[in-house]
Design a protein. Structure first.
Length: 175
């Protein structure tokens, strides 16, 4: 369990977020080692290299928010959401360092991101994830996310590997 979950505000916070995103990419490459092309094409399509240079703009106010989880003063996990317009936001880049998996940190980050998005007035949260990330998909479903039609355009070759989900932030989603 993290000692603290807090909102990224300083340059050093977004540097730590960037380090975790980089760890996530390496972890994804291992998870999809039999389909290595997939990881490269997804992150290429998402322009991850340029995103890493603009994290505070893309996932900081007024476009979004980033949360960091720390344990004993070390950042161990992070996640963010960004405004898609019309009261819809997208959860992005949720990752907890491998050595900290299995302690509920990812769930706590998700719950905090959901609560923050609700407080910010969003009515719907969306996300996309890889089909082999079964633990994440199970967690998202347990939080109230349901599969939905694609809301981003990806090349057709990538679509069978992607899972799109959404959760209403108003009312009581059925878990």
């Amino acid at each position: 369990m993290p000692d603290l979950i807090y909102t990224a505000t300083r340059a050093s916070d977004f540097e730590a977020f960037g380090e975790l995103v980089t760890q996530y990419v390496a972890w994804s490459r291992r998870r999809y080692q039999d389909d290595a092309w997939f990881v490269e094409q997804v992150f290429g399509h998402q322009s991850l290299a340029s995103e890493l240079l603009t994290l505070s703009t893309k996932y900081g106010p007024p476009n979004g928010k980033t949360l960091l989880a720390s344990r004993n003063g070390q950042v161990v996990g992070a996640g963010a959401y960004r405004d898609l317009g019309e009261g819809v936001c997208e959860m992005k880049r949720l990752y907890v360092g491998e050595q900290f998996h299995g302690h509920g940190t990812g769930r706590q980050l998700c719950e905090a991101l959901i609560a923050m998005a609700k407080a910010d007035g969003f009515h719907l949260m969306r996300l996309d994830t890889g089909n082999l990330l079964k633990e994440a998909i199970t967690m998202y479903k347990s939080l109230g996310f349901r599969e939905c039609p694609p809301f981003h355009d990806y090349p057709a070759k990538l679509m069978p590997y992607l899972v799109f989900m959404e959760m209403p932030l108003t009312g009581n989603p059925v878990a």
